[in-house]
Ligand binder design. Structure first.
Ligand SMILES: Cc1cc2nc3c(=O)[nH]c(=O)nc-3n(C[C@H](O)[C@H](O)[C@H](O)COP(=O)(O)OP(=O)(O)OC[C@H]3O[C@@H](n4cnc5c(N)ncnc54)[C@H](O)[C@@H]3O)c2cc1C
Length: 457
């Protein structure tokens, strides 16, 4: 099967590179290989009743399939260079922002119209944060919501399906460099050849990406891992921030160790969910635009970044071990009341049931101090007290902490400013490049490479 361009992975990176390629060069033969299912076949079996926690499906419907890891996400497209990746280091700040706005425009044209764009420009919350040792990062955020995000993906698929050949349940196994172009052999033994190849395997493809880099002699660098908890509290406590900004990225430097702790992925009126990365169950969160689906709680993560280089390099392995420990003690995700944590006692089923904050995820009551390293946990506790000053109630007895939340980052693949590897015509984009870790940056990197390929045909 011969193509002009082969795209591996149908997450936002792969989708937006396909979108831009067929827009600019409709005559090209483009194929997308995707390890997971089409969008309508993606269904996580956890229903909260019969199946309460992850049963380790062959392909995880949350992480794999059309739409990638972002398909059931909250659909928060952060338009900023301040977080979400370091794409701007390769392509410049202005172009990175321009591409993120372009992606936003396409999302609006495909079902996102009418969704709200929040911004930190001119907000008084910045001052309030500064007065309390907290730093609010600048961003605009388009909140599609899990439901509209799904509609946008459905429409993008409808738009692409007769212009691009999609192969679902088709994980790429090997990538081989030919004299001209690339040969990709799938796990089922099918052979695809193409003049150019864009790899966009996301976080779930990280181990596979490492193998590809080893096989092709592409240099890589270890990246950081973020470890922390997901905080859940009544919506009212954070409403003055979330009503105005929706998502606020706040950074705090701890007094004790000088570590940076930050808020991440804020979901007003949202729900806490399980996430499965390579069989390890961690925690995440999302929220819906549709009021019927909304809850009375807000959730967000508090994370501390750790980066190991010498002699131990495996930052992800470190994060994995901590997550495994929580899985070992809790059979999955552990939940603890902040009051119990501070008193040095575990939360029990009855303490969680009696809590005024009703948990939106059924997790195992336990003791996070047995899982999370002291330095990280101390930082998180300090930050909760700091946040309590701008949002009183954050450090409440019944604030729920779910652990662990781990953000794995792919190792950084050595790429030039065109996101091209040392092999001409082989590009690595999105989260599997290690340089993006968000919907908007991953999507923007896809558009960028498509434009580059189009200009250099
Ligand atoms: C629950 C959840 C909520 C999130 N919420 C947000 C949010 O609100 N805002 C935000 O900015 N980010 C969010 N993120 C992160 C965001 O989803 C990712 O940054 C983004 O999806 C990265 O896009 P990508 O295309 O690089 O990779 P992915 O979306 O991971 O897509 C990669 C695709 O490649 C496929 N693949 C992997 N290996 C192979 C292979 N060998 N062969 C074929 N296919 C392969 C996978 O199946 C997957 O479908 C969230 C993530 C999760 C899990």
């Amino acid at each position: 099967m011969k193509y002009d361009v082969l795209i591996i992975g149908a997450g936002p990176g792969g989708i937006f590179s396909a979108y831009e390629l067929v827009k600019l060069q409709p005559q090209l033969r483009v194929a997308v290989l995707e390890a997971g299912n089409p969008l309508d076949k993606r269904k996580c079996p956890i229903d909260g009743k019969k199946i309460k926690s992850c049963i380790g499906c062959k392909t995880c419907s949350i992480m794999n399939g059309f739409g990638g890891a972002g398909a059931f996400s909250d659909g928060k497209y952060n338009i900023t260079n301040e977080f979400g990746g370091t794409l701007y280091e390769y392509i410049g700040k202005a172009e990175a922002l321009e591409l993120m706005h372009y992606v936003d425009k396409i999302n609006l044209e495909n079902g996102g119209e009418g969704t709200k764009l929040y911004t930190t420009a001119n907000t008084d919350i910045k001052k309030l944060c500064l007065q309390n040792g907290l730093h609010l990062l600048d961003a605009s955020v388009r909140h599609l919501g899990t439901d509209i995000n799904y509609v946008v993906l459905e429409n993008l698929y409808e738009h692409l399906r007769d212009k691009v050949e999609f192969f679902f349940n088709t994980p790429a196994d090997t990538v081989e460099k030919l004299e001209e172009g690339y040969r990709v052999v799938t796990a089922k033994g099918e052979v695809f050849e193409s003049a150019q190849c864009i790899i966009s395997g996301g976080r779930s493809g990280s181990k596979w990406m490492e193998k590809v880099c080893r096989d092709l002699g592409i240099p890589t660098k270890s990246n950081r891992v973020d470890i922390g908890v997901r905080v859940e509290l009544p919506y009212a406590i954070f409403s003055h921030l979330t009503d105005e900004l929706y998502e606020s990225k706040i950074v705090y430097r701890t007094e004790k160790y000088g570590d940076l702790v930050r808020t991440f992925c804020m979901n007003p009126k949202g729900a806490v969910v399980n996430e499965n990365t390579n069989g390890i169950v961690t925690v995440n969160g999302h929220s819906y635009e549709d009021p019927v689906m909304q809850t009375e709680n807000t959730n967000f993560a508090l994370l501390v970044a750790k980066h190991f280089s010498e002699p131990f390099k495996d930052s992800n392995g470190y994060g994995e071990s901590i997550a495994r420990l929580s899985n070992m003690l809790g059979g999955g995700v552990i939940v603890q009341r902040f009051g119990d944590l501070i008193r040095g006692r575990r939360s029990t089923k009855s303490r969680i049931e009696e809590s005024f904050t009703q948990a939106t995820l059924s997790a195992t009551p336990g003791d996070l101090s047995l899982v999370i390293p002291k330095r990280i946990l101390d930082g998180i506790i300090e930050m909760i007290y700091a946040l309590d000053k701008i949002a009183p109630g954050t450090a409440g007895e019944d604030t729920l902490l779910y652990g662990v939340e781990v953000k794995f980052y792919n190792m950084e693949v050595a790429l030039d400013n065109n996101l091209e590897t040392c092999h001409k015509g082989l590009f690595v984009i999105g989260d599997c490049s290690g340089i993006t870790h968000s919907l908007s940056h991953a999507s923007a990197s896809g558009v960028y490479v498509a434009r580059y390929i189009s200009e250099n045909l």
